[in-house]
Structure formats: structure tokens, C-alpha cells
Ligand binder design. Structure first.
Ligand code: DHB
Ligand code: MG
Length: 505
């Protein structure tokens, strides 16, 4: 950040003027204060950060992780006296250690940069912008240059999207609290503090919406910079010291490491041919149009079943959540049973028995369905409905958490339907593989979750569990799988369908 104090004064001057009454006097005071701050801070560091771009930790085996630093002097590491103490150097070393891979660092950050220059920084990187992870720290100069927070945040979001479209995951460290800068006198410092907080909030919202992981530097490291300025700041009392960068890197590192996984997802999303196809569809579904269509398809293709209707009515009356499979999905399960010649079904997650009854109906004479339900109350509601539907001869409801009950299950199934707590999907899939032979079918419900499954920024544990399940289906040699997105009365979700295969063939 160049000549910070003068710019803070300009920014604050503007704010005060627009605030009205005390404008003129304040402006004079603040301009004097800015001159003072500028004198105090000086430029002992110059405007060039150390060049830390290199392959870090080359002793690790494996393909290097490509890490890019974008933004201002913080991202460039100005103030550090050894290249390993720059923010990029610190992050590269920390990431290498966690990922057990070498890290190739490429710095596009520019001392003094505002958010609007991020596209230039990305362009200057050329092909290197298609890295695995980019870290952006920017904002201080937007505050001192009086850029409206909304504009600065939009530039940041555009940069996040541009990087993600190249398959690069993004971590944003939001604007630090400029109120931590002791050399800036009061009340100038308070104004700067307030403006930097407003920008940080706008950045957080915009960057997250654009798919970045966000770390609030104000919250993560602000307090230690305020409490221990002599240690945290470098010679110029404005940029971090080696220790300050270390604390900042420690705050960013977990998000950077997690973002490595995002990079794989982002690369899938970047497939230009798919994006173009989606854009050529002129009519996007609206909730009205897709619910109408779901009702039409249901009315056209699904024969009404009074026992299923009664099961739903009981379930609603008992206050169970309305998360049973849609009628069209129940019909899909029935068809899979018939197509696959399925005789024995294992269901994990009974709820009120809607899917249980539907599947039991599709079984041939002598068929069997074991369903597992964690909630005793749900199981009770389900048992009543199952008996009323007349399928209790082939259905057994077992009460208990899947993870507790399944280890004691030791019989073979031809179809497994997994529709319980999503966090445990990999456990359920492992049991499904154990209890089936090649040729069996495994269905997993709710694999899209309103698109959150492909959103790298989501921190929902259920979505994380769903993703782990899909990745297991992809990786585990006992499965071969696909997934379909669904838009129905339950909204936007999806179902995975897997074939149990012989790992040896
Ligand atoms: C939820 C669970 C489901 O199995 C489902 O189909 C829909 C929603 C849920 O827990 O929110
Ligand atoms: Mg479900």
C-alpha cells in the first residue's frame, strides 16, 4: 500500500464532508494528521517485496501444487526480510507440509494495488492463473483511495469467478482492520477502521457468493496486531513483520488446504462445452414451472396408491419432516427392483415408511425388505402404515442408528437404498458393498442438495458427507456409479445409482 496516510486522509476527508456540519475543520485536522502519519510511517521498505517465487519443499514427491498470490503488498509480502517469511513463502511451506507435495509459488500481487487491478494481475499471470489455489488479500488501498466498498467487492468477486472458471480454487483474506495502525493519529484512525470494516464485510459476502473460501483477517489476526504491534509490524510500522506474516499465514492455511479439494470440483465446473450448453437453454426452470411439471409427470405416470397416501397423511399428522422421496422417485425405485430382478432390499432410513411400502409393493412373492430407522417414533408410524398396506409379511423395521445396527446385519441384498443421515454415507456404502454381490444395485438419495454438493465454499457437514459418498462411489473398486439431478416438489436435488461390481474384473 503506497502513501497510506495521505490516502486515508483523503478518504476520510470525503466521508466527513458528506457527513456535513463539521466538515471543513475536520478536513483540515485530518489532512494535517495524514501528513503526520506519513512522516511517521515513511517508506523504509521501498515498494518492492522480496521475490519468493520458486518451487518450495522440493524434497516431497508428487506433482507440485500450484499456488498463486494476488492482491496488494500484504499478498506480495512487503515487510518480510527473508523470502520464506513473506505471506506466499509461509503459505507455500505450510501447504507443502500439509499436502506432502512440493508447492510452486507464483506471485501476481502488486504493492499498492486496489481491487480493480485484479484482472490485470490475473492477465499478467497468463497460463499460470489456472493454478490449483489462488490466495487474494486486497482492500487496504481501496479504503485509502476511497473506492466505494460495493465496487471494490464486485471487482473481487469478478476476480474470484475468473479464477474459478480456469479451474483454480480461491481463498480470500478480507481487508485487515486499519484501526490497528498506531502511527495513524486519532480520529483519522477510527475513520479508517470503520471504512476497512465496511469493506471487509462487503468482500466477505461477495467473495463467498462467487465461490471463494473466506478468512476474515480482522477477526483472525486483528486482535494480536492491536495487542502486540511492536512484534507484529515491520520497520515501517505499517506492514507486517515476519511474525505478523506468520500469524496471517496460519490464519489462512486451513482454508488454503481445504481449497485444494475444491480445485478438482472447480475444474469440472470449468468445462466450457458444458457451460455453453447450459447457457444456450433459453428457459431456466422456475419453482412454479418445475413443480407443475412434476405434478404433470406424477399424474401421468404414477398410479395412485391409497396406502401410500395414508402413510403420508399419518406421517404428516405425527409431525415427521416432509422429506420422503417424491412419487416419481418411488416409482424409479420400484422399476429398479423389477428391472434388476431384485428379491431382497435393504433400506437405510425408513422415516414414515413411504419408500418402504413403495419398494415392498414391487418385490416378487417371497421377497424381503429390511429397513433401518434411528428414530423409534418414526419407526412406530412406519410400522402402522406398513401393516395397513399389507406388506408387513415381507418388511422388517429395525430400530437403531445405521452405524450401530448394520454391523450385526449379515444377510445378502440385491438392492440397497441409502436415505439417512448424509454424514454417514461412506459407512453405509461400505456396509452396502459388504452385504451385496456383483450385479446388485445401490441407490443414494439427496446427492445434489440444491447444488451445494458442487459449491466449494459450503461448510455444511451433510453436504460434505454426501460428497465423500460420491467420491467413494467413484474410487471404490466395488462400485460403478452415476448420478442424476432432480427438480421436483422437493426442489433441486439428485440421486446416485450404483452397480455393485467385482473389483477383480
Ligand atoms: C433431507 C433428508 C432427505 O433424505 C431428503 O430426501 C430431503 C431432505 C434433510 O435432512 O433435509
Ligand atoms: Mg432422502
Amino acid at each position: 500500500m503506497t502513501t497510506p496516510a495521505v490516502r486515508i486522509a483523503a478518504a476520510v476527508g470525503g466521508a466527513v464532508l458528506s457527513a456535513g456540519a463539521v466538515a471543513l475543520t475536520s478536513r483540515v485536522v485530518l489532512t494535517r494528521q495524514a501528513a503526520l502519519a506519513r512522516e511517521r510511517i515513511g517508506k523504509p521498505l521501498g515498494e518492492l517485496a522480496l521475490d519468493a517465487d520458486r518451487l518450495w519443499r522440493r524434497s516431497y514427491a508428487g506433482e507440485p501444487v500450484r499456488l498463486v498470490m494476488l492482491g496488494d503488498s500484504l499478498a506480495a509480502g512487503l515487510g518480510a526480510e527473508r523470502r520464506k517469511d513473506t505471506l506466499g513463502g509461509r503459505l507455500a511451506r505450510g501447504l507443502a507440509k500439509r499436502a506432502r507435495r512440493p508447492v510452486r509459488l507464483r506471485t501476481g500481487a502488486v504493492v499498492g494495488a486496489e481491487s480493480a487491478t485484479l484482472p490485470d494481475q490475473i492477465a499478467a499471470l497468463g497460463d499460470d492463473a489456472a493454478a490449483d489455489v489462488a490466495v487474494i488479500v486486497v482492500g487496504g488501498n481501496d479504503v485509502t483511495h476511497r473506492i466505494p466498498p460495493g465496487d471494490a467487492a464486485r471487482s473481487l468477486a469478478d476476480a474470484v469467478e475468473a479464477l474459478r472458471s480456469r479451474g483454480c480454487a480461491v481463498v480470500v483474506g478480507t481487508c485487515p482492520d486499519l484501526g490497528a495502525l498506531r502511527p495513524v493519529p486519532q480520529p483519522l484512525r477510527s475513520f479508517a477502521s470503520r471504512a476497512s470494516r465496511a469493506l471487509a464485510d462487503a468482500q466477505e459476502t461477495a467473495a463467498r457468493a462467487a465461490g471463494a473460501r473466506v478468512v476474515s483477517l480482522r477477526r483472525a489476526v486483528g486482535p494480536v496486531f492491536v495487542d502486540r504491534p511492536d512484534e507484529m509490524f515491520s520497520l515501517d510500522r505499517f506492514h507486517p513483520s515476519a511474525l505478523g506474516y506468520r500469524r496471517t499465514a496460519d490464519a489462512l492455511l486451513p482454508a488454503v488446504f481445504a481449497a485444494l479439494d475444491d480445485a478438482t470440483a472447480a475444474r469440472m465446473l470449468a468445462r466450457a462445452d458444458v457451460v455453453r450448453l447450459a447457457e444456450s437453454m433459453t428457459t431456466d426452470p422456475t419453482p412454479d414451472s418445475w413443480r407443475r411439471t412434476d405434478a404433470y409427470l406424477t399424474a401421468t405416470l404414477v398410479t395412485p396408491d391409497p396406502d401410500l397416501d395414508a402413510a403420508l397423511a399419518d406421517q404428516r399428522a405425527a409431525g415427521l419432516p416432509a422429506i420422503e422421496v417424491s412419487p416419481l422417485s418411488a416409482k424409479l425405485l420400484q422399476l429398479l427392483i423389477r428391472i434388476g430382478g431384485v428379491r431382497r432390499v435393504l433400506e437405510i432410513g425408513t422415516l414414515g415408511g413411504f419408500s418402504t411400502i413403495a419398494m415392498a409393493r414391487a418385490l416378487p412373492g417371497g421377497g424381503r425388505l429390511l429397513t433401518i430407522e434411528a428414530e423409534p417414533r418414526n419407526a412406530e408410524v412406519a410400522r402402522t402404515s406398513i401393516a395397513r398396506a399389507g406388506v408387513d409379511d415381507r418388511v422388517e423395521v429395525r430400530v437403531g442408528r445405521g452405524a450401530d445396527v448394520l454391523p450385526d446385519v449379515d444377510e445378502e441384498f440385491d438392492l440397497v437404498f441409502i436415505d439417512a443421515d448424509k454424514e454417514s454415507n461412506t459407512i453405509y456404502l461400505d456396509h452396502a458393498a459388504r452385504l451385496t454381490r456383483p450385479g446388485a444395485i445401490v441407490v443414494v438419495d439427496n446427492v445434489v442438495r440444491a447444488g451445494r454438493v458442487s459449491d466449494p465454499a459450503t461448510e455444511d457437514e451433510q453436504v460434505a458427507g454426501t460428497r465423500r459418498g460420491l467420491e467413494m462411489l467413484a474410487r471404490d473398486p466395488r462400485f460403478d456409479a452415476t448420478a442424476l439431478q432432480t427438480l421436483d416438489l422437493k426442489g433441486w436435488d439428485g440421486v446416485a445409482i450404483a452397480l455393485r461390481v467385482d473389483p477383480a474384473s
